[in-house]
Design a protein around this ligand. Structure first.
Ligand code: IMP
Length: 208
């Protein structure tokens, strides 16, 4: 089946392709000549995820999904969270975001716990109905950036599964197998495979 993914982020598109496999063909808004840009005005990941999916559905009328992801750092009271993309300003500058994060954590002193997690909320719109899927990845913030893979905050995030290595230092395959986005999209794929073989009655749908 074909699904539109409400993103222009090449890293997200690459990862989603690897996670969802051959049974689901991912199409980007750009491929259909639709602008994927949505102002993220929500105050939660769920609101922004729904907003992105609903905007794309309104523009395309096609089955589609969106994700919104935040990095929650415990010592910073859960920041940057839903504001992760704009942590260092409206430029969505990954390097500046990571620099600000490392600076703010370092300012709290060397003994501060650096525990953190990525949280992803995926909204799927299928046959006009909404379905929500969640994923998290626990880990901690590194003391400095390392690695060239991945995207976003990957060079400063060390997962529990690969201690000593940032997400930017492991392969896409390894990241996808443990990641927040991997978990949420695999939940979506499981739902889709059941839905396809046995579409639910209107009363039985598990919409929110
Ligand atoms: P959004 O979901 O596109 O709003 O992403 C929010 C912020 O988190 C952006 O700065 C992204 O680059 C970053 N981000 C999203 N997913 C990941 C990831 O898997 N690894 C690292 N950073 C990510």
């Amino acid at each position: 089946m074909k699904l539109l993914f409400a993103t222009g982020n090449k890293g997200k598109l690459r990862e989603a392709g690897g996670i969802l496999g051959e049974n689901i063909e991912i199409v980007s808004p750009a491929e259909l000549g639709i602008s994927g840009d949505v102002e993220e005005t929500g105050t939660t990941l769920l609101e922004n995820s729904r907003l992105k999916a609903q905007t794309l559905y309104a523009a395309s009328g096609l089955d589609c999904f969106a994700d919104d992801t935040g990095l929650e750092v415990d010592a910073l009271g859960g920041e940057p969270g839903v504001y992760s993309a704009r942590y260092a300003g409206d430029g969505h500058d990954n390097q500046a975001n990571m620099d600000k994060l490392l600076r703010n954590l370092d300012a709290l002193g060397p003994d501060i716990p650096r525990t953190a997690r990525f949280r992803t909320v995926v909204t799927l719109i299928l046959d006009g109905k909404e379905y929500i899927f969640n994923g998290t990845l626990e880990g901690k913030i590194a003391h400095e950036k390392a690695g060239c893979g991945g995207f976003g905050y990957d060079p400063v995030f060390i997962s529990e599964a690969y201690p000593g290595l940032t997400l930017a230092e492991i392969s896409d395959e390894k990241k996808n197998a443990i990641s927040h986005r991997g978990m949420a999209l695999r939940n979506m794929a499981t739902f889709l495979s059941k839905y396809k073989s046995c579409p639910l009655d209107e009363d039985d749908r598990q919409d929110k």
